[in-house]
Write a protein that binds this ligand. Sequence first.
Ligand code: RB5
Length: 150
Amino acid sequence: MVEICIGSDHGGFELKEKISSYLRAQAFAFQDIGTHSNDSVDYPTYALQVAHAVASGEAQRGILVCGTGLGMSIAANRVPGIRAVVVSDVFTAHLSREHNDSNVLCLGGRIIGPDLAIAIVREWIDTKFAGGRHTRRIEMFDKGVAQWSE
Ligand code: RB5
């Protein structure tokens, strides 16, 4: 099984290459679906491919990089079962896993530098979902629960 599926558009290409190099150096199982150059492409192509790989179980998690991370997250979150988050700091990366069980990490290649991005990726990969009350909350939106009470 591919553990991580990673993709980017042109705005995230250079940062995606740095992250791929890191994952390769750490011997993570991952699949890089492109893009493979600075040529302009449409980010939804990559967002939806990664999101479907995660939603289908082909990949355990996804990483998407565009200029801001925003377009990638909006597109990926259209796929049922995807919990994509835009992250620019390590603390948010940690909580997005611990509380939200995020399964797609979106980064902005024009927002953060490579060292911070690698630290975020590292934290996001390493942090486990806490479960408990957070499971109920995730089920509320994953299953489309319309009514609830605390
Ligand atoms: C491409 O110019 C840019 O719009 C894209 O990379 C991303 O930032 C969209 O959200």
